[in-house]
Design a protein around this ligand. Structure first.
Ligand SMILES: O=P(O)(O)OP(=O)(O)OP(=O)(O)OC[C@H]1O[C@@H](n2cnc3c(O)ncnc32)[C@H](O)[C@@H]1O
Ligand SMILES: [Mg+2]
Length: 286
């Protein structure tokens, strides 16, 4: 657990998660059922909607997935866009391989593509896998790892996932990994209001990438943090809590700044850069 994050506080979690009652256990974690999920009529959906695969060709940002109940990940490769394709290795000695980036969030995907394209090329092909992964509870690193294990099982190969937290220092790191639900419930006006009674408006954005070379392998995690403060909403509301987070050293919120700037200072950039280093230095494909 990173310093300053106290998301393990059972009391806090219980208090915060009373609305998320419909839980089931996956791999020792409780997985709150998404509030907007509808039971699917499709045969097989009842086996676990958290494992469903979205089959649309595009991803929608910040919308809970519309599940079809289909669980055959072999469909993924055929229908999803190749997001980053560059082979730089000497493939006469090494076989280039493929990593699936499993996410349901189109904005994340866009940023990951932009960050990867702007930096040193990877010796892997990275493709998007539009999986619907459960929203787990627990420590951010454990959430990312478990998400990665589940994704590796679904994909049946190398996979990377990420989980993002927004942590208010006045709240000892909460909402943290539960920011999605806070944003959904309180909106852009409500998040700054949470800090109305506090002098300390400081916060940090945290991104954790988890990478697994395949099912059964222990995922590696890579943490990126950007310090900042929570401010009244300013800028476009296209991506999550961007309008209420002003990174340290900037007068603009994430939402107001140019995307190319965000992608060189963001929590996502910092974590992805570490993953890139790892993949380049320690994990060349056989
Ligand atoms: O399928 P996954 O990858 O899990 O996508 P998600 O949208 O469920 O994402 P998370 O579980 O990581 O939840 C993080 C929440 O924070 C939001 N978010 C993530 N990265 C962000 C960023 O860089 N700026 C603003 N909001 C962000 C995101 O839209 C979610 O509401
Ligand atoms: Mg998620």
């Amino acid at each position: 657990m990173q310093k300053g994050v106290n998301c393990s506080s059972r009391i806090a979690q219980r208090a915060l998660f009373t609305p998320l009652k419909a839980c089931k256990s996956v791999g020792g974690f409780h997985t709150p059922v998404r509030e907007t999920e509808q039971p699917s009529q499709t045969p097989g959906a009842s086996r676990g909607h958290c494992r469903g695969v979205r089959t649309g060709a595009s991803l929608d940002s910040d919308r809970d997935p519309v599940l079809t109940g289909r669980s055959n990940v072999r469909h993924i490769k055929g229908i999803l866009p190749v997001v980053y394709k560059q082979r730089v290795m000497d493939i006469s000695t090494k076989t280039a391989s493929e990593i699936m980036f499993a996410t349901g969030n189109a904005n994340k995907l866009r940023e990951v593509v932009a960050i990867l394209e702007a930096g040193r090329p990877l010796p892997f092909t990275v493709k998007a896998a539009n999986l619907d992964l459960p929203e787990l509870q627990g420590e951010p690193q454990e959430i990312a790892k478990e998400k990665c294990r589940l994704a590796a099982q679904q994909v049946g190969g190398a996979v990377m996932v990420e989980d993002t937290s927004l942590c208010f220092n006045a709240y000892e790191g909460l909402p943290g990994p539960y920011i999605k639900w806070f944003l959904k419930a309180l909106g852009h006006e409500g998040l700054p209001r949470m800090l109305a009674g506090f002098d300390d408006k400081s916060a940090y954005a945290q991104c954790i990438f988890a990478y697994s070379p395949g099912p059964g392998a222990e995922p590696q995690v890579f943490v990126g943090r950007t310090q900042g403060r929570i401010v009244p909403s300013r800028g476009a509301t296209a991506f999550g809590w961007d309008p209420v987070f002003q990174p340290e050293g900037f007068q603009e919120t994430y939402a107001e700044m140019d995307k190319t700037v965000k992608n060189t200072i963001s929590h996502r950039y910092r974590a992805l850069d570490k993953l890139r280093d790892y993949l380049l230095n320690f994990s060349a494909p056989e």
